[in-house]
Each structure stands twice: as C-alpha cells, then as structure tokens.
Design a protein around this ligand. Sequence first.
Ligand SMILES: Cc1ncc(COP(=O)(O)O)c(C=O)c1O
Length: 410
Amino acid sequence: MHKKLNTRLLPFSQKTLLEISENFGTPVWVTDEKTIQDRCQQMIDAFSGINMKIFYAMKANYNPHYVKIIKDAGIYGIDAVSPNEVRLALELGYAPEHIIFTPSNPTDAEMKYVGDQNILQNLGSLSELERFGKMFSGSKVSVRLSPNIGVGECDKITTGQNESKFGIVLDDFSEVQNICTQYNLTLEGIHCHLGSGFYSATEFSEAFELLLEISEQFSDIKFIDMGGGFGVQYHPDKEEIDLKDFANTLSKSLEKSSNKNIEIRIEPGKFLISQSTVLLTKITTRKAKEIVFLGVDSGFHHLIRPAMYGAYQHIVNISKMDTDAEFENVQVAGNVCETCDIFNENIEIQKAEEGDILAVLVAGGYGSTMSSNYNMRETASEVLVKASGEVVLTKKRESYEDVMKGFVWG
Ligand SMILES: Cc1ncc(COP(=O)(O)O)c(C=O)c1O
C-alpha cells in the first residue's frame, strides 16, 4: 500500500523523538512548549474583540510545568474541578479571582475549603447552592445551568442536556433566585458547559443566546461562562476548528442585546493542551491473526480515551518516518489484560517491526491526567521540549514502590 506520510499533527522531528525514547525510555509523554504557546495565542487572538476572560480547564492536564506555560502565555485563569486543583492553581501564583471552582457533587468540607480561599464557586445543584448559602451567606456565587443543549465528541462527554448529571435545569432558575435571596447571595455568574469536542458554533451560539437572555433580566449577573469543549483535530484529515466563527456568533448576539458589555468567560481544556503532546510507546510484539496486531509497552492505564470514549488517536511509526516503508493496516494494542485495551483498531502505519517506536498523537489532554495503576502498572514519565530546544524531565516514571505506597499492610 503506497501512501504519503502525513505528519501534520506531529510537533516534533523524528530525531528529537528517537533521542527522547533512547534517553528517557518508553512509554513517555513528550510535550512541546511552543505548541502550547501557539494554541494559547490562537485563542486569545480569536476572542480579542470581546470582553472575554479565558480560564484553562486544568482537568485536561495538571502537570504544573504546562499549567505555568499556559499562565505565562497570557491565559487569564484556571477552571478547577477539585480542591487539589484549586490548591495547585494557588501554588502556581494564580490570584483567587483568577480561579473559578466548578465541582461535581462537592462535600461541604470541599466548598468550605474553597470558599475560605475567596474563590468563586460555580455550583450545579440547588442543594449545593443552599449548603453554600448556609456557610457563606452574603457572598458571591455562580451557578452552572443545564441549557438542555448538549454537544460533544461522544455521548460520554456530552454534558449540557437535561439527562446529564450536570447543572440546574432552567425551570429551577426561580428557585436559584429564592435561595440567593434567602442567604443574601449575589449571583455573579451563570455558566454552562455543553460537552467536550464540538466543531461548529451552532449549539454554542444557541446556548449563549439562552444565557444572555437570562442575564438581561438580572443586573447582578456580571458574567456568562460558556465552559469549554472547543474541538481539536485528532485526525490529520479533519479540518481545524474555526474559533473566529465562535467569536462572531458571540459578537452578533451581544450586538442585539441590552447587555452588550457583559463579561464572557470560556474554559478551554483540550484546545490549549492536546496537540502539544505525543505518547511514545515501543512495539514489543508483532502478531498476525485476522489482522496484524502491534502490541506495545503502554495501554489504557496511560491513555484511556480510545477504550472509554471510542476516541480516535492518530499514530505514526516514528522509527520508519525516514524510510519508504509501505503502509499496512494494523490494530495497535496495549499491555493491559483487557480486550478493549486498543489505541487504534484500524490504522494504516508504515510497516512496523518489534522495537519500533510509535507516537500516539494529540495526547496532551485527558491523557496522563487520566492514567491509573491498573494491572499494577506504573504511570509513564513526562518530558517537555522547551521552546529553546532544551529537553527536561517533568515527571518521573513510577516505580513498584510508588504503586504500592498507599497500601497499609505488613
Ligand atoms: C466545567 C468544565 N469546563 C471546561 C471543561 C473543558 O473541556 P474541554 O477540555 O473539552 O475544553 C470541562 C471538561 O469536561 C468541564 O467539565
């Protein structure tokens, strides 16, 4: 099968990646500082004509080195979903007003900890709002609404519809107001997050109009937070998302509104980080059954998106990039003892042999942060290629002792 290698989504040269695999071993996540900086700038530029604040959704990747790069690139704040994310954001120097806390089903202790730091909470149920009101009567708050508009790469990461666990349904908005009145809370913001991975502005625009309409009725509301979800190009043949389209729809709706200057917030995660990173993994086993399986030294304990979401991850055979090796159809399988431990079940890559290094592309978002120790396997090391070209280790590969350290036994 003759085909031309498409390296559009690969931010590194073959030499850099082979050297890293040699020096740091595999599996290893490799992240490109320059790509993170470029993605941040693209987002800032696209929305520059709007009263916009951008909060990085740290859940996508909380490696402190990368969060710091995002901060230094001019992204305003952090969207944190757990107290530990809040704590890291504070340790990285974010001021409390540059952090928003959007928890799922928080405990009172969690809300208390975050409230004590003077960080705005964005609460997704009447119960949470009421419990917050009891603890922090007289303070500011934001609510996560369920606009009943959801869109995402797959059902599991589509969140804005009323059937999802997230948000307060619009019919309950009058109850939100009652609770705010009862506890003297100022409703500063309204928020929605439609899902992760949308590529056109249709649903985004529809949901924005809904929230804008609500904001027009309440003078306390200072911002509308539209959440994250801006899609990234996982497949080299797929078109890049056009952020200007999103900015234009916002501008058009604002133009018609009595609330023209309201602050808009967004919380991109994957858009800022995903394309910066590849996961390097080595082929341990080549096996031909009905299809050729390439077994590798990584698996869904590192990158769970294909197994969990059925997500597409593009893969390049780095070892053969400089050759004219033909392409073949393969299934790239991990080293976890599960049938669904597959990185890509049908991909054409240059004919591979045991020992070759594969790069799983667009792996920076929801990759290392979703890693586990399933099968008692260690999480992988992480390496940053700085804009200067310097290569630094940002996270060590775990050891047997690391995997065992939480157990109380013996
Ligand atoms: C509340 C909230 N904001 C932002 C994000 C970031 O989404 P994405 O990484 O798709 O931009 C998420 C992710 O699920 C989220 O739950």
